[in-house]
Design a protein around this ligand. Structure first.
Ligand SMILES: Nc1nc2c(ncn2[C@@H]2O[C@H](COP(=O)(O)OP(=O)(O)OP(=O)(O)O)[C@@H](O)[C@H]2O)c(=O)[nH]1
Ligand SMILES: [Mg+2]
Length: 387
């Protein structure tokens, strides 16, 4: 049987968020037994993050998905120490997790030029190896992309997530009056007057049962793992996928989204969240908004409307609830301000926590040095002071 070294990838249109590659470090060079010469080490294979790279480009550029570093040079009379083989660099987008065949994480690339060694070159031949070179490390690796954004949009299909993204940023996502218009994650940037930028990830809509592979949004839930905060977008008139499925009110969609997040990964559900209640330009929207606010203020009074399995362990607490219309622009400025405020507050809290930790470490290390007898070095210094 011929084993295929081709690559598995999931494909959504032109978007690929996972790729399997073969990598091998270069072999070492031959040693020179007669003169005790040492062969060069084989080159290493690195995964390196690049700003503009995508997995699709990587796949198109290297269709064989094999990355082998150069061999170390043999030891020669003119160069007894052979030179090292050429390293091989695999350019990948920022936000990649690299795992081995067993799913063990080798490393993560969070910013431009971050690099991870994935396959080491073999040693050159030397006395220890009887002057024979060693082969490079062979490794199959998986690249898994998780977008890095400040805010992740979470909502049922058709709620107006992409419409909202196009209102608050220069992004031009597809918008249409049917479920699952957005097929792949899209990033946009909110620009503020003081040049601060906040990145927003628009994701395909989620439906109930998403964690059991219903719809397609669950495939993208991993992309909110690294966003700092969540922005729930709900349609004030609720949601109905088709005439065969149950109609859900705005409140129900919030509860069901919360449950889906919880079933996916409880940690995601603990992220700070904001709620944008969209389509406030529609008739009766104001009345429905009052009803929704009452439900959100007293959620326990309304949970009996749900089947037991649909009730989340923890009800989402929103930092801000903002009624908006992504069509007329109503509430958009306020939403932008709330997003900014919420992220700034979060950053301040993280900063405070960091400083407190630093202070604590300092106090601990001071306490340790007070309780320790003075070191030899300290004695020498004090002696020197006297001299
Ligand atoms: N009346 C009104 N319609 C809106 C508003 N926002 C979005 N829509 C409409 O709602 C429909 C769905 O909008 P999208 O932005 O594509 O919704 P989505 O949440 O991105 O949908 P998916 O990509 O399928 O998950 C489109 O026909 C929009 O024009 C709004 O504030 N008011
Ligand atoms: Mg969309």
């Amino acid at each position: 049987m011929v084993r295929c070294s081709c690559v598995f990838f999931r494909k959504y249109g032109n978007f690929i968020d996972n790729l399997r590659l073969f990598t091998r470090g270069g072999s070492g060079g031959m040693g020179y037994p007669r003169l005790g010469g040492e062969g060069g080490k084989g080159g290493d294979v690195w995964v390196v993050a690049h700003n503009k790279m995508t997995l699709k480009q990587l796949k198109d550029k290297y269709p064989k998905k094999r990355f082998v570093a150069g061999e170390g040079a043999n030891s020669r009379v003119s160069a007894l120490k052979g030179s090292k083989g050429k390293d091989c660099e695999i350019p990948v987008p920022i936000g990649i997790s690299v795992t081995d065949e067993n799913g063990k994480i080798i490393g993560e690339l969070h910013k431009e030029k971050d690099r991870i060694l994935v396959a080491e070159g073999g040693l050159g031949g030397k006395l220890l190896t009887n002057f024979l070179p060693l082969k490079g490390q062979k490794r199959v690796i998986h690249l898994d992309l998780k977008l890095i954004a400040d805010i992740g949009l979470v909502g049922f299909p058709n709620a107006g997530k992409s419409s909202l993204l196009s209102q608050i940023s220069h992004a031009k996502p597809a918008i249409a009056d049917y479920a699952f218009t957005t097929l792949k994650p899209e990033l946009g940037k909110i620009m503020y007057n003081d040049f601060k930028q906040i990145s927003v990830a628009d994701l395909p809509g989620l439906i109930e049962g998403a964690h059991m592979n219903k719809g397609m949004g669950h495939k993208f839930l991993k992309h909110i793992e690294r966003t700092k905060q969540l922005l729930f977008v709900v349609d004030i008139s609720g949601f109905q996928l088709s005439s065969q499925t149950q109609y859900r009110t705005a409140f129900e969609t919030i509860i069901l989204l919360t449950k889906e997040l919880e079933l996916y990964n409880e940690e995601v559900q603990t992220k700070p969240a904001l709620l944008a209640v969209n389509k406030m330009d529609l008739p009766d929207a104001q009345d429905k908004f009052h009803v929704l606010m009452n439900q959100l203020q007293n959620p326990k009074d309304f949970l009996h409307l749900f089947g037991k399995k649909m009730i989340p362990e923890r009800i989402m607490e929103f930092q801000h609830i903002i009624p908006i219309s992504a069509i007329t622009g109503e509430g958009i400025d306020e939403l932008k301000n709330c997003i900014r405020k919420s992220l700034d507050e979060h950053a301040n809290r993280e900063n405070d926590a960091y400083h407190k930790k630093q202070l604590l470490n300092l106090q601990i290390s001071n306490a340790i040095s007070y309780s320790e007898p003075p070191s030899k070095n300290a004695l020498t210094n004090s002696k020197m002071d006297r001299i």
